[in-house]
Design a binder for this molecule. Structure first.
Ligand SMILES: [Zn+2]
Length: 305
């Protein structure tokens, strides 16, 4: 799932191409893609793009009349840019947005369509789509600690909860926890001050480094190689491969339809904890469906008990 570094690089590429341009035509092919009926999707046609914004893991395109197209790519949604009059390939294309200088299209691999598009009007409606997580790059240690310890969760769950932290998902949370030398199943309320500070610094360093790396990779081109699995990653997607720090084997914990990768030597004090008991721990700390967490917005924020 595209996370903060991927979304940032998408936004930068979009700014260079569609900012100030008029959206001449919108075509929606995916039946389940558009989640709003009002205002009608045709109302964006002829409107100029005035700004672009990241809302958690969503991409928001702001047009004249305070209209906002808000895209959530979920796991397999990807954006593409076709220069000038060249057409987007039809199969897999869920939506296309035509501008005088090119076409932006959205595709989604796989049969399960989870990507979403909302069209809303006004700042309040836009804010209602924001799950409300803290942007760690703009936060200080104090506010970070308060959010981290507002509920007692496993670290893996806390980091990827969009209501707690903005833009962090399965891939970068693995990398962050490895950099911070912390276990994915450590409980947030049991962390020491030193551990919290290490985590705070690791989040910031990882998000900044990865954004720079992805920006360099894309260069002047539109980012077409967006993936959660990169060869430079230390642990994510590297089950059974050697840890870049200690050489030990990277392990995994499976829960729901997800898995987390970690190095036992570097992150869990050398303990190779049984996958089964750890999975249970993570499973209990998760909604039934991992997607449910991702689809939460401010409008269905859970009541704290
Ligand atoms: Zn290691």
């Amino acid at each position: 799932m595209p996370e903060l570094p991927d979304i940032t690089v998408y936004l930068e590429a979009l700014e260079k191409r569609i900012l100030g341009q008029s959206l001449t035509r919108v075509q929606i092919n995916g039946l389940s893609l558009l989640r709003t009926a009002q205002p009608p999707i045709s109302s964006v046609e002829g409107k100029k793009v005035l700004q672009l914004r990241r809302i958690g893991k969503r991409i928001a395109i702001g047009l004249e009349d305070d209209l906002w197209l808000v895209l959530h790519l979920m796991i397999a949604g990807r954006l593409h840019w076709h220069e000038g009059g060249s057409k987007a390939s039809k199969s897999r294309t869920l939506a296309s947005f035509t501008f005088p200088n090119g076409t932006l299209s959205l595709t989604e691999a796989g049969s399960r369509k989870r990507a979403s598009l909302h069209l809303v009007q006004g700042e309040a409606a836009l804010r209602a789509l924001d799950p409300g997580g803290l942007d760690v790059l703009r936060a200080n240690l104090e506010s970070f600690t308060a959010v981290l310890q507002s509920e007692n969760h496993t670290l893996k769950r806390a980091l990827t909860d969009p209501q707690l932290f903005s833009g962090i998902g399965n891939a970068y949370s693995d990398e962050i926890l490895f950099a911070a030398e912390l276990s994915p199943t450590a409980l947030t309320k049991k962390l020491t001050e030193t551990e919290i500070e290490r985590l705070f610094n690791a989040i910031r360093a990882q998000l900044v480094q990865w954004t720079e790396r992805l920006r360099d990779d894309a260069g002047k081109k539109f980012p077409e190689k967006v993936t959660a699995f990169r060869p430079e990653m230390a642990v994510h997607g590297r089950y059974k491969q050697p840890c870049p720090r200690c050489g030990g084997k990277i392990q995994r914990i499976r829960y729901a339809a997800n898995e987390t990768n970690y190095c036992p030597h570097c992150q869990t004090g050398g303990k190779l904890l049984a996958d089964r008991s750890l999975s249970r721990l993570l499973r209990q700390d998760w909604p039934k469906n991992v997607e449910d967490l991702e689809n939460l917005t401010a409008t269905h924020r859970k009541k704290s008990t």
